[in-house]
Design a protein around this ligand. Structure first.
Ligand SMILES: *Cc1c(COP(=O)(O)O)cnc(C)c1O
Length: 379
């Protein structure tokens, strides 16, 4: 297996990588338990592990959550479902938010993946597939105000009037999604709670799911029978206006490649956008936008060397970023600079880049050495 040997040899490790990404699986499990406790127990709390568990590695994260008591997992795409199926025991329920594209229905059945059906076309195709096979499970997505996916009010009424469109489909539950859960005072939360209550009335006896991470913190009216947290599991603050109730999960340390003293009037990096005023010290770190250290962090981001906060100097390059370490004169090549950590969180870095923690995590690069702690899946 030459290729396997090759891929192992070229996998970034602690000695060679430009940065070390450390992921605390015990913290993810603790976050899930905390959310489950808020919502009435393990049965009522799914885990969203789409986009490779928000960039942290579904193959490691999902078994840790299963071990913690998680039973229901959501991914976005069929491919993510197929990957996850290999990482979890057969008994685990895996649902796929995007549902099937035409022609992919059989892949769902072959791997025991439950589609979320988001529109009449998907319902018709799944029903046709089920009639050709045997009754098949699905979740129905009803839109309550997001206008992204899900049946409209009118399509929902049509479904009520034509129950035969669900022939062959064993509807396991209904779900809807909140648009503004991270803004508790937003009136759409109230509107969606009311619309969701009305929809539940149309499907009596079916389990219903509404809340994402932030929705859980809106209160029990938004919980339904199954909550679907993603971000909060990974340490992103689900209550942006209040202190973060979740445990931090991720630390990222970049390695300094070169340090230089500058004592002339000079500029740093592409476009010459950072001005060195007189005497100073610069450290260039082996991390760039190709690693998910977003280009928007140019002249705006910061890191920490020891206890000193140091600013990004100039633009972020593809593979490199320079910091002004004048305030931390002891730094040496090979030292690590903290880019994400306990007091410079994913949310802090996101704010500096003008984005949200979700984008920071899902952009985390493949060139980092990834170090998992807190749980080891059986081989
Ligand atoms: C991504 C997603 C979630 C999880 O949202 P978080 O804000 O990360 O908790 C839940 N439901 C749906 C439909 C989603 O697409």
């Amino acid at each position: 297996m030459e290729w396997l040997k090759y891929s192992r040899e070229t996998m970034p490790n602690e000695r060679t990588a430009g940065a070390v990404l450390s992921i605390d699986l015990a913290a993810i499990a603790a976050n899930w338990r905390q959310l489950a406790a808020l919502c009435g127990g393990a049965q009522r709390c799914a885990a969203v592990v789409k986009a490779d568990a928000y960039g942290l590695g579904a193959g490691e994260v999902a078994p840790a959550l299963w071990n913690a008591g998680g039973l229901v997992f959501f991914v976005a795409t069929l491919e993510e479902g197929l990957t996850l199926r290999r990482a979890l025991p057969r008994m685990a329920t895996i649902a796929v938010f995007n549902g099937p594209f035409a022609g992919s229905e059989a892949d769902f059945t072959a791997h025991d993946l439950i589609p979320v059906l988001n529109c009449p076309d998907q319902i018709a195709r799944w029903s046709a597939h089920a009639r050709a096979v045997h009754p098949l499970p699905a979740l129905l997505h009803i839109d309550t105000g997001m206008n992204r996916l899900g049946l409209t009010e009118r399509e929902t009424r049509d479904l009520q009037n034509h129950p035969e469109s669900l022939d062959g489909i064993a509807v396991r539950g209904i779900l809807s999604h909140l648009a503004c859960a991270d803004i508790p005072v937003h009136p759409l939360n109230e509107t969606q709670a009311n619309a969701f209550a009305a929809v539940r009335g149309l499907f009596p006896g079916l389990p219903a799911s509404l809340a994402n991470s932030s929705g859980i913190f809106l209160g029990p009216r938004w919980h339904g029978d199954l909550v679907r947290p993603g971000a909060a599991l990974y340490g992103i603050n689900p209550t942006p206006h209040r202190p973060n109730p979740m445990r931090p999960v991720v630390t990222l340390h970049g390695r300094i490649l070169q340090v230089r003293d500058v004592d002339l009037q000079g500029t740093v990096g592409y476009g010459a956008t950072y001005h060195v005023a007189g005497k100073g010290r610069l450290a260039t770190v082996a991390v760039g936008y190709a690693d998910g250290f977003l280009r928007a962090l140019g002249n705006r981001g910061s890191g920490k060397v020891g206890n000193v906060r140091v600013p990004v100097a100039g633009r972020v390059s593809m593979d490199l970023v320079t910091f002004d370490v004048s305030a931390a004169p002891g730094v040496q090549p090979g030292d690590l600079i903290e880019l994400i950590g306990p007091d410079h969180t994913v949310d802090d870095l996101a704010a500096e880049a003008g984005t949200i923690g979700y984008e920071i995590l899902t952009a985390l690069g493949r060139r980092y050495c990834r170090s998992y702690k807190g749980f080891k899946a059986e081989a």
